[in-house]
Write a protein that binds this ligand. Sequence first.
Ligand SMILES: NC(=O)c1ccc[n+]([C@@H]2O[C@H](COP(=O)([O-])OP(=O)(O)OC[C@H]3O[C@@H](n4cnc5c(N)ncnc54)[C@H](O)[C@@H]3O)[C@@H](O)[C@H]2O)c1
Length: 386
Amino acid sequence: MARKLVKKMNVALIGQAFMGRAHSNAYRQVGRFFDCGLEPVMHTIAARNAETLASFAAEQGWSAHTTRWQDIAEDGAIDFVDVATPNDSHRELSLAMLAAGKHVACEKPLAGTLKEAREMRDAAANAEGSQTFVWFNYRRAPAIGLAYKLLREGRLGRIYHVRASYLQSWGGPATPLSWRFQKNLAGSGAHGDLNAHIVDLARFLVGEEITEINGAIERTFIEERTQLGTNERKKCDVDDCTLFLASFAGGATASFEATRLAGGHLNDNTIEINGEGGSLRWNLENLNELWFFDASDAEREAGWRRIVATSADHHPYAAAWWPDGHICGYEHTFTNELADILRVLGDEQPVLPLPDFADAYETQRVLEAALVAARERCAIPLSAVL
Ligand SMILES: NC(=O)c1ccc[n+]([C@@H]2O[C@H](COP(=O)([O-])OP(=O)(O)OC[C@H]3O[C@@H](n4cnc5c(N)ncnc54)[C@H](O)[C@@H]3O)[C@@H](O)[C@H]2O)c1
């Protein structure tokens, strides 16, 4: 098939560490695997570490680099800016880029606090001509895409339960201090980091909003950590784990659990949905698999069905990659999301709906309501958290 006529779009990235690498990879790969009609040109990278920035830019394929993010805002040749820095800077960077007329894709959570997230939502709504996106990349695992389609087709019927947990184990007492353990930089701990992902997934898959938090626990077990490179002990003022119960608009019950202290669980992001027509289950550590229980199956053969979501003909994004059965990984979720972002900016439909700042603000409201519920030890209707 002939490729579409491709227009070019200069992009800039802010942040050169974990997400800086993941996103750089997506910019390099997307045009080689997807036919989006819009090609990202890796124009400029900005980050704070001047010693490693030039080599990072060269290694990852960025034409220019700067330690001043303002250079990006001031450069009229740049159309699209990707914010991949810690949570405390999402608001300032996004607002500056929107004010400069750029499209913005921001990492999750939208911000460290609800107030900042609200300012970002409002700035996006007022930024005529600019579009916003949030990197809730797990929406774009092909198996999650299949789950979304089965749910939209009504295969699960009325939804009864959502059970979501995001368990990691890296946050023990020997782990040194980083921005992720400091409230002024991160906003919250496991909650904003991990519950953000599973609240987004649950809202996306169920297709309804959460209307009430019915109870929550937020706990910090490790209250001090050593600053890297020194013996200095510093306070950690974010949660190591947060668990909460919630209700969806249609009446479904939900439980969410995020922790960095679940020994043996490396990146165990699991979501299960039970409805009158069946159940769906997915886990990031086996991200190509969707487990499906169809309640209409004859009792004799009924049971969980393991679907390897790699079919070019049937599973979202799979056709862009490898022959059926040749699985995808973590990095593909970013490239799949970028392909949809490029489609939207090129006036085409995304394969699956994309989260913008307004959508991510709804996730942030749920996170905030859960924190209020934990601190006040009571149920909190979402209508009280605006
Ligand atoms: N979608 C996902 O799967 C996923 C995974 C990890 C992290 N994240 C999110 O990505 C963001 C970054 O996390 P990370 O793990 O890459 O962090 P990191 O600590 O590995 O990297 C942060 C980078 O931002 C740079 N930086 C910080 N403040 C800056 C500023 N004001 N101007 C320019 N550069 C600045 C740092 O120098 C560093 O290069 C966070 O919001 C985090 O929640 C998302």
